[in-house]
Design a protein around this ligand. Structure first.
Ligand code: HPA
Length: 271
């Protein structure tokens, strides 16, 4: 991503902000309500930010919401961009770089995902401890600007161990019962075939989804610490004898939103 483009987008967002956010939160499908809990809220529509694509998926608003959560300065993305919408993967990194320039040091990335691990049930929350990039594309492909980050980022600790430990503590303390595992990204937009899910399981995936990995790569690239949380909205294809659909995904995320909110708020308090 060209630095000049990032700066142009950042300048616009910065001009609307009244605080320096230290924590960024990207809200996945059906999880956008968390933004309603912010105090001293400021809303910045993606459509008004230079160079930003607009978000198109149902269940995704398209805006940055900044404000205070538990006394901490936070910026949330209510709605995100997906590769399957036709966005060049490079563009998915833009909001992350904007947040970094605004001052974000830690990023919570959330998503709806299908459960591959058969010990999971719909409604579970999973702390992401690693990922597999099965989209076979990368937001960093292209020229690299060393001012943003190194050409060859180290992904050995992409999901920050301290943040994972905080999430585990909160899970215990508040009876969240969060699982932990590996997120595998497929491009979508179709849900996977049962054979693809069997393959994903053999390869070490615990949950499958169509987002998150590009943003996490960009965050690692520019030095932001990441915590990933998947909401298991359904069992992945072929595990249960029933078809998958976006309505079920939205219904489950709606069902678990109170647990999700409690989890994230209390993580933010300890970050
Ligand atoms: N597969 C891919 N993405 C998803 C799923 C799934 O089963 N559920 C929610 N997002």
């Amino acid at each position: 991503m060209e630095l000049t483009k990032i700066v142009e987008s950042y300048n616009y967002v910065k001009s609307k902000m009244n605080q320096v956010p230290e924590i960024g939160i990207i809200l996945g499908s059906g999880l956008g309500e968390l933004a309603d809990l912010l105090e001293e809220k400021i809303i910045i529509k993606y459509g008004d930010v230079p160079n930003m694509p607009t978000s198109t998926v149902k269940g995704h608003a398209g805006q940055f919401v900044s404000g205070k959560l538990h006394g901490k300065n936070v910026i949330m993305m209510q709605g995100r961009f997906h590769y399957y919408e036709g966005n060049p993967m490079e563009l998915l990194s833009l909001p992350v770089y904007i947040m970094e320039k605004l001052g974000v040091k830690k990023l919570i990335v959330t998503n709806a995902a299908g459960g591959i691990n058969t010990s999971f049930v719909p409604g579970d929350l999973m702390i992401i401890n690693d990922h597999i990039n099965f989209a076979f594309n990368n937001p960093l492909i292209g020229t690299n600007d060393e001012e943003i980050g190194t050409r060859f980022p180290d992904m050995s600790n992409a999901y920050d161990k301290d943040l994972i430990n905080i999430a585990k503590e909160v899970s215990k303390g508040y009876g969240i019962g969060a699982k932990e595992g590996v997120y595998l990204m497929m491009t979508g937009p179709n849900y996977e075939t049962p054979a693809e899910i069997r393959m994903a399981r053999i390869l070490g995936g615990d949950a499958v989804g169509m987002s998150t990995v590009p943003e996490v790569i960009a965050a690692v690239h520019c030095g932001i610490k990441v915590l990933g949380i998947s909401c298991i909205t359904n069992m992945a294809a072929g595990i249960l004898d029933k078809p998958l659909n976006h309505i079920e995904v939205m219904e489950t995320s709606n069902m678990v939103k109170d647990k999700f909110k409690k989890f994230v708020i209390n993580i933010v308090a300890k970050m």
